[in-house]
Design a protein around this ligand. Structure first.
Ligand code: UDP
Ligand code: MG
Length: 318
């Protein structure tokens, strides 16, 4: 019989983790799905790891990975995918915002032969207008960059083993899982789901963190900002040609070329365009620098598997 692994990244989720675990176990056993749950504690500062230890001692189908510090959700997902051994692997949030019933639906679709099943948000849940607008802008760029409609994309997905191996074989340090799992291709479909309210704890995303996340992901998937630089240079060149012709005509028709103010504006404009361009290029260089350092994506400090804890530090670098 085929086995489903569920990867759950968890960062400071002590309040809800046990409940999530219980509900998942209930639903999966009820649906007669053989399961494995992989909780990845992303360096929580609360008692999340203690809860993971407790639940995994009670049930051998539950494993836990403990990071040495907070490495971010993407790293936690990758670590979970590397640990999961099922024929199909699902990724879901551990705050119950991704409904477990949808997970069962995804698994049935996988049985029908689909290899990548994407959870698509029916609506984006409660968020402020400005947040919604900027998220919309970000996803428009990302959709353009990846060629997939990312507007309502989420990290709630189910992947066939083949797709999991493909994602794990992607060498970049800075992975955007949401886009990477579409990028690998395979026979895919989507399942709409309604984002649930968070029952306990709070969101881990500040506005600043979200902006950083958006920039990093755009740069990791597209070089369009660099083409803006070239386009800007082209536009400046065109303007200067027009200005040159205009000045020459004025000169030869006996008018002096006046305009200290114009000169100042042009200088300032070009100066800021150059600095902006350097900034964009600098940002790419910084990302390249991070990639070439080739540091591990995460450092594991403890693993609990089959009820056994291993304390070996693991620099697994998949
Ligand atoms: N998460 C994580 N590492 C982080 C931030 C979040 O593993 O640095 C996990 C978190 O525990 C949750 C999921 O990622 O299971 C989604 O996070 P959250 O609910 O805070 O995001 P939101 O649903 O508000 O977008
Ligand atoms: Mg959430």
């Amino acid at each position: 019989m085929s086995r489903l692994s569920v990867v759950l990244p968890a960062y400071n989720e002590e309040q809800i983790l046990a409940k999530t675990c219980r509900i998942l176990k209930e639903i999966l056993s009820f649906s007669e799905i053989e399961y494995e749950l992989v909780f990845v504690d992303d360096g929580s500062s609360d008692k999340t790891w203690n809860v993971i230890e407790k639940v995994s001692k009670e049930d051998r189908n539950i494993s836990g990975i403990h990071f040495s510090r907070n490495f971010g959700k993407e790293a936690a997902i990758i670590a979970g995918l590397a640990q999961a051994s099922g024929d199909a692997v699902a990724v879901m949030d551990c705050d119950l915002q991704h409904p477990p019933e949808t997970l069962v639906k995804m698994f049935l679709l996988w049985r029908q032969g689909f290899e990548v099943i994407e959870g698509v948000k029916k609506s984006r849940g409660k968020e402020s207008r400005i947040h919604g607008k900027s998220a919309g802008f970000f996803y428009r760029i990302m959709s353009g960059a990846t060629g997939f409609d990312m507007k309502n994309a989420s990290d709630f997905k189910l992947l066939d083993r083949k797709a999991v191996e493909s994602v794990l074989s992607m060498p970049e340090r800075n992975m955007f899982f949401r886009a990477a799992s579409s990028w690998v291709g395979f026979k895919s479909t989507s399942v709409p789901f309604e984002v649930q309210e968070r029952e306990a704890g709070e969101t881990k995303w500040s506005t600043r963190a979200l902006i950083g996340y958006a920039f990093r992901n755009i740069v990791s998937f597209t070089t369009i900002p660099l083409q803006f630089v070239t386009a800007g240079a082209g536009a400046c060149f065109l303007c200067s040609l027009i200005l040159l012709i205009y000045s020459l005509i004025r000169y030869f028709t006996g008018h002096a070329v006046e305009g200290y103010t114009t000169l100042l504006i042009v200088t300032l404009f070009i100066g800021s365009a150059i600095m902006l361009s350097l900034g964009i290029i600098g940002y790419y260089i910084a990302r390249i620098y991070e990639e070439v350092k080739h540091r591990p994506r995460y450092i594991v400090s403890k693993i609990i598997h089959g009820g056994m804890i291993s304390e070996e530090t693991d620099f697994k670098d998949v």
